[in-house]
Design a protein around this ligand. Structure first.
Ligand code: NAP
Ligand code: MG
Length: 396
């Protein structure tokens, strides 16, 4: 390796897996160079969360990061970790710094078949991670009255629309998005489609939401026509816009092998549907891509707290490390690609192959054993599964 990866360590069971993966699957085979940031909750607390900000800045500098799952503090964590403050979600902080789009793709293995039997290839979900209902303002309307939507421009002029004349109690919600954020979402999706040579689907409810959702559709189309049309044509891939209802119906009948771009809420909900239909959250990779080509790789799942408490109690765990391994291989491959380091890219390919092969040979963790169609599988504990992957890798 010539350029370091930004390594963001994390919490609980995934922190345990993180070390095992490095010790067993990375350090013996590559000259691993990383700039290490400890995003474990204790260290975030010690540094007043400065470490998270520093790690995001380092990611912008080096271009590629790999992140372990981290705790997003809530009231229970305040007491558990004696926190000075209820620190923000590291993912939120990193996402805001990189202004990115989150892409989630399932890892496909023979023997772990998707519930939707025509899904032969992965479906990658691209989720816009800014605005809409996630940054809303709500009012619980107490009784009769008039609700208006008012925009006051910098020069004081106003645009005013009546929302509803309430005859009795009800509810109100104000949401927004910005052209800037939508445009960077669009570019991130177009770039990712070109990068992975897959078609891009995008869908909203523009027939009902003639200004809000229509604006998303228009921005995507303008950027596509001006900047990407020719590139897509020469790569032999397609950009396809349709109504969200139509997209949902088509996804169910499709073979997979495309990227499905979704607005924030649609992406939140649909990514859980797609990942559970493909098998398991522990088999889902996640990458945050910024419009200027910065990449942050992670597993889609959390810190697997329940398993960690078992581990602390000295009990055996069978936690699936596949998505975390693929976060590393994704980051190593991208680093190799950016540095022209073919050996590093091919190591990433080999490690992924060995991981999949291990499962396909019937050696897996408990979560997969519960859903596999394979007979007579061997259920391994967290550590033995990683050691088994190492054996497969050595034999490759
Ligand atoms: P979780 O860690 O994803 O785990 C939820 C459940 O899913 C587990 O209890 C386990 O089920 C199963 N599971 C998830 N990953 C697995 C794996 N690799 N192998 C086997 N089973 C797996 O979600 P959570 O328990 O809701 O959250 C725990 C902590 O993670 C929270 O503090 C949350 O803030 C944080 N979190 C972080 C991120 C991130 O950093 N990106 C994302 C989500 C959540 P069983 O217990 O039934 O075996
Ligand atoms: Mg969700």
């Amino acid at each position: 390796m010539t350029t370091p990866l930004v390594e963001m360590d994390g919490d609980e069971m995934t922190r345990i897996l993180w070390k095992m993966i490095k010790d067993e699957l990375l350090l013996p085979y590559i000259d691993l160079k990383t700039e290490y940031y400890d995003l474990g909750l204790e260290h975030r607390n010690e540094t007043d969360d400065q470490v998270t900000i520093d790690s995001a800045e380092a990611t912008k500098k080096y271009g590629v990061a790999v992140k372990c799952a981290t705790i997003t503090p809530n009231a229970a964590r305040m007491t558990e970790y004696h926190l000075k403050e209820m620190w923000k979600s590291p993912n939120g902080t990193i996402r805001a710094a990189l202004d990115g789009t989150v892409f989630r793709a399932p890892i496909i293995v023979k023997g772990i078949e998707p519930c939707v039997k025509n899904w032969e290839k992965p479906i990658t979900l691209a989720r816009h991670a800014y605005g809409d209902v996630y940054k809303n303002t709500e009012i619980k309307v107490p009784g009769a009255g008039k609700a208006e939507l008012v925009f006051t421009a910098a020069d004081g002029t106003q645009i005013r629309e009546t929302i509803h004349e309430f005859a009795g109690p009800g509810i109100l919600q104000g949401i927004h998005n910005t052209d800037k954020s939508i445009a960077s979402f669009a570019r991130a999706c177009f770039n990712y489609a070109l990068d992975t040579k897959q078609d891009l689907w995008f869908a909203t409810k523009d027939t009902i939401s003639k200004k809000y959702d229509h604006n998303f559709k228009d921005i995507f189309q303008e950027i596509y026509d001006a900047e990407y049309k020719e590139k897509f044509e020469s790569a032999g891939i397609e950009y396809f816009y349709t109504l969200i209802d139509d997209a949902v119906a088509r996804v169910m009948k499709a073979k997979g092998g495309f990227i499905w771009a979704c607005k924030n809420y649609d992406g939140d909900v649909m990514s859980d549907m797609v990942s559970s239909a493909f098998g398991s959250l522990a088999m889902m990779t996640s990458v945050l891509v910024s419009p200027d080509g910065v990449y942050e790789y992670e597993a889609a799942h959390g810190t697997v707290q329940r398993h960690y408490y078992k581990h602390l109690a000295g009990e055996e765990t069978s936690t699936n490390s596949v998505a975390t391994i693929f976060a590393w291989t994704g980051a190593l491959r991208k680093r190799g690609e950016l540095d022209g380091n073919k050996e590093l890219m091919s190591f990433a390919d080999q490690l992924e192959k060995a991981t999949i092969q291990t499962i396909e040979e019937g050696k897996m963790t408990k979560d997969l054993a519960l859903i596999t169609s394979m007979k007579d599988v061997t259920v391994l504990n967290s550590e033995d599964f990683i050691k088994e992957i190492r054996k497969t890798l050595e034999a490759c």
